[in-house]
Write a protein that binds this ligand. Sequence first.
Ligand code: UDP
Length: 234
Amino acid sequence: MEIEFNGFPIFSGKFDELMEKLYEKMKQGKKAAVISANPEVLNYAFSKNYKFDDEYIFIPDGIGTCLIVWIIKGKRLKKLAGIDVFYEILRNSNKLNIRLFFLGARDEVIKRAYINAVGKFDAKVVGYNHGYFNDDEEEDIVKRINSLAPDVLFVGLGCPKQEEFIRRNKDKLNVNLIIAVGGSFDVLAERVKRAPRLMISLGLEWLYRVIVEPVRVKRLKKILIFIARSILNL
Ligand code: UDP
């Protein structure tokens, strides 16, 4: 249920199949790191020439990734969003007894995200930490996470900080699932809104985010160049 794209195995199943795979990993006590393979992340990983072991699961989180894979590989992928995985696990954490840890976002945001996770979803969040720490604090954060023994660690530090954090610490973390979630804590904390459903289903979430946060235009430019280069094989 994967399609290989320039050395990246990109998950090509449906959302339910992804969730089944992740819950199965947890049941078996196996590790997995879920990376939202949007064009920005792919571009970054290509530029660094990174190789990934088979604990990584890349999900096509972005209409740009789906477009590249469709044009180059002729395979139509359904967009799978990291934030949907995040909310799905939040909803099920109590019922399935899944312990969660939140890492990322500003201090006041992650506190609010925690309050909402517990208050609105009855989620089993065993700890949280903001995402503005120094390199020399990282080891202690990893130790703290391990001491709280979560099953799932959500990492929302933005690209490329979250991917680098996961690369450096995946093997040190005693956690089944490590999931990169970008700005999802800001959404849970109600600091930012997700795009309207219609825009999401039309594949226009990126447009909504640029309208709401115009500084994203710069990122969009880079992404468009990457998409064009991938398609034209430059
Ligand atoms: N962030 C962080 N530490 C940093 C830089 C960013 O915790 O050093 C957080 C930021 O507060 C936000 C998230 O990372 O919550 C990045 O959100 P963004 O919307 O850029 O991510 P995307 O969803 O686009 O991947």
